[in-house]
Design a protein around this ligand. Sequence first.
Ligand code: HEC
Ligand code: HEC
Length: 375
Amino acid sequence: MKKLLFLLGSMLVIVFGLQQCKPDSTEIPEPEENYKSTPDTIKRPFNFPPINIPVDNPLSKEGVLLGRMLFYDPLLSIDSTISCASCHKQENAFADGGKAFSTSVFGLTKRNSPPLFNLVWMKDFFWDGRAKTLPQQVEDALIHEQNFNAAMAVSKLEKDSTYVALFKKAFGKPGNITQQKIEKAVSQFMMTLISADSKFDKVMRGQATFTQLEFDGFYNLFMKDTGNVGGFGADCFHCHANSSGASNLTMMDNNFHNNGLDYAANFNDFTDKGLGAITGSFTDNGLFRTPHIRNIEVTGPYMRDGRFSTLEEVVEFYNSGLKLSPTVDPQMKFAHQGGIQYLSAYDKQALVAFMKTLTDTTFLNNPKFSNPFEQ
Ligand code: HEC
Ligand code: HEC
């Protein structure tokens, strides 16, 4: 009996204690009139373009932390089962490793989950570019992946005193929770996801050297154009690097292309119209935003539908698997013959070896980006 009383007593203490640290949201005072969150900055990596943080969403330490919590919190889905991190996993550079399609609240996603990093230098989000800003993208993700609308998210968060306090700390006065603030906080966290410390970066900074295989893969294949009649490089740089070359190491062109994955007899034959479905222009059918090549080793399976499981398959596709269609990119000069066809076994190995130098283990293991609830 004594034991039971003791147990009951400790339970009361626990319940009471919990209530004390989880007061009703109205008990958390509004921020002082002159309250300011702590400014946070992100560093521009070597030979990356300048960083433009949106003027209406400056980074703060409190905002980034709040965004990180929201990113990892399943609370933001209709049935509290799925968070952004369910499909965007740090060990896969925030892609969904090993999965062609991810499991959303509705079932499988229609496309492969892309990795998330270096978003501050991106102009269009999603494979088809349907979002132009990160907050827009967050709204889309909440609705389409987590079956959640803003009003539901706001009312769920308002019931949680920890979040009520965190929103006040991140955004000051007025201390209410809004859809805009949710989107801004998650965007702030995502803007801090910068990957620029791979072996490739170290080589560019003069702190490491390529092996002969990696060197050939980068300079003689990836970065070298194909000749008009065949021979020379593998021409990957036209899309997967920036035309301004060494002064822009983001390794993306911020553009849309049809890289020849599918055969189509005419403009309306694409099963996934991609950019065309967004712009309504038939000449955009079958075009998709060039995906990241950084961290590619850990983001497979590859392409918007995860059709290739290995980088070797991807390289073989460019060598001999290209399909013709009315919008296939002019850079795919040899699409009529299925690809350049002349890559040797050594060339293919070299391309893959180079691509693996883009793995950034500093980023993949950075504790600042990990699940804040598991620390
Ligand atoms: C069920 C899996 C799933 C969940 C949950 C999910 N995403 Fe995604 N995410 C995807 C898929 C799939 C795409 C690509 C969709 C497309 O392009 O049509 C994507 C695309 C994105 C992109 C665009 C990246 C790029 O390269 O264009 C960002 C940013 C992103 N998600 C962030 C988030 C955030 C933030 C959350 C949480 C609010 C979230 N995602 C929740 C699967 C998911
Ligand atoms: C004309 C532009 C273009 C060229 C040239 C090009 N690519 Fe791509 N690449 C793309 C596009 C667009 C996609 C995404 C296509 C899709 O899924 O619909 C892609 C996808 C990829 C992927 C998969 C990325 C992922 O996250 O799923 C890899 C790897 C890749 N390309 C490597 C290469 C290599 C290696 C070369 C040179 C041999 C090359 N690319 C040449 C445009 C191009």
